[in-house]
Write a protein that binds this ligand. Structure first.
Ligand SMILES: NC(=O)c1ccc[n+]([C@@H]2O[C@H](COP(=O)([O-])OP(=O)(O)OC[C@H]3O[C@@H](n4cnc5c(N)ncnc54)[C@H](O)[C@@H]3O)[C@@H](O)[C@H]2O)c1
Length: 356
């Protein structure tokens, strides 16, 4: 992972046009860009009144009434798309014909095959396509990745993400009907980070499902194990329907010389959450003897200027951003394999650890 690129100094201003005026634009994109000094010159939203409200709050000079109107503005270099996948693919196809570089939302599309067509469209138009895999730049994930790259725990032997929280999926009116839910829209982040650290697994096991009386179509829990050979594995155990008071989020990477353990604050109170924590535990030291250290910054909004900065740097250097569309295809291929390895289990409750 490119922890360093997050701090790269830019040589010039890149004007941004934002497509979408929803929750994540308000809570993360715009506050992050304001703090980073990025210039957002135009916004377009399907509901113009929302775009107008955000434009007033964040000092955006131009509210466009159509995507075409935005794309015809030659001063805009980057289009930042933050709409659901179905709407995103249409916007992307339109934007590349105007030669705009793109920061798209995760997931780039519902499947790797659909996303590959979009990556090919961007490549054919010679524009940069980056994906907002923001958790890669969340404080705890950035530090974990840097420590592992520096050899702080030796070779990774296993890892665990244990994520129990409450998500009100109705917050996103377009999501409850999606047959792919938790893995595609939430776990995608930790799967993507894991892939950047330990690569694509050789095999995997997956179970996923939802409660019988659930009002959403897709899975709300998933239990996944990625196998890397020689008994190296990563386990993800996530349930998004736990009462908020019982939220518990921890991750741990174990290596030949020690381990890194921490928490991801965003799950405590989405989207602002708490500070992430981390601790580096040498082998032979009891984990409980080492206190967790709170990390500065938050996933939202801080990580969101880093994903955009990585794209700006790639434009300036004519290089491939670490969060490129093509890299994202690998994460979507992993997600396709996870869905193919199981079937939606409709049970009264998520099965306990022993039954899985
Ligand atoms: N990178 C991240 O960490 C992160 C975090 C949250 C959300 N997201 C992604 O960002 C996207 C938007 O999420 P959100 O939380 O802002 O959702 P939201 O529901 O709050 O907002 C969605 C926006 O898309 C617009 N929209 C919906 N359907 C549309 C359509 N058919 N055509 C045009 N516009 C349409 C809505 O008008 C609204 O402006 C989603 O793809 C989501 O997965 C990414």
């Amino acid at each position: 992972m490119n922890g360093q690129s997050a701090g790269i100094a830019l040589q010039r201003t890149h004007k941004i046009g934002i497509v979408g005026a929803g929750g994540i634009v308000k809570a993360a994109h715009l506050p992050a860009y304001r703090a980073a000094g990025f210039e957002v010159s135009a916004i377009y939203g399907r509901e113009t009144h929302r775009a107008t409200t955000l434009a007033a709050e964040f000092g955006i000079p131009n509210v466009c009434h159509s995507l075409d109107e935005m794309l015809r503005d030659p001063s805009l270099e980057v289009i930042d798309i933050a709409v659901p996948p179905e709407a995103q693919s249409q916007a992307l196809r339109q934007a590349v014909t105007h030669g705009k570089h793109l920061l798209c939302q995760k997931p780039l599309a519902r499947t790797a095959a659909e996303a590959e067509l979009l990556v090919e469209a961007a490549e054919a138009a010679s524009v940069k396509l980056a994906v907002n895999v923001s958790m890669r730049w969340a404080p705890a994930m950035r530090e974990t990745t840097d420590l592992i790259r520096q050899g702080a725990i030796g070779d990774v032997t296993s890892a665990l993400f244990d994520v129990k929280y409450y998500e009100n999926w109705d917050t996103w009116p377009w999501l409850p009907r999606s047959d792919r839910l938790l893995v595609l829209f939430d776990m995608i982040h930790i799967l993507n980070v894991t892939r950047t650290i330990v690569g694509q697994p050789g095999s995997l096991q997956a179970r996923y499902g939802r409660a019988q009386d659930s009002e959403v179509a897709g899975e709300t829990w998933a239990d996944i194990r990625l196998n890397y050979g020689n008994n190296v594995f990563v386990r993800f155990d996530e349930d998004s329907r736990i009462p908020s008071a019982q939220t518990c989020v921890r991750f741990q990477f174990n290596g030949s010389r020690g381990s890194i353990a921490g928490t991801l604050g965003v799950y405590y109170d989405y989207p602002l959450g708490r500070a992430d924590t981390i601790k580096l535990v040498p082998s032979a030291v009891n984990e409980s003897m080492i206190p967790g250290r709170k990390l500065p910054g938050r996933w939202a909004p801080d990580a969101f200027s880093k994903t955009m900065r990585a794209l700006f740097a790639a434009i300036e250097n004519d290089s491939v951003p670490p969060n490129s569309g093509r890299d994202h295809l690998e994460t979507l291929r992993l997600i396709d394999s996870i869905y193919a390895a199981g079937r939606l289990e409709i049970l009264p409750h998520k099965p306990g650890k022993d039954s899985r």
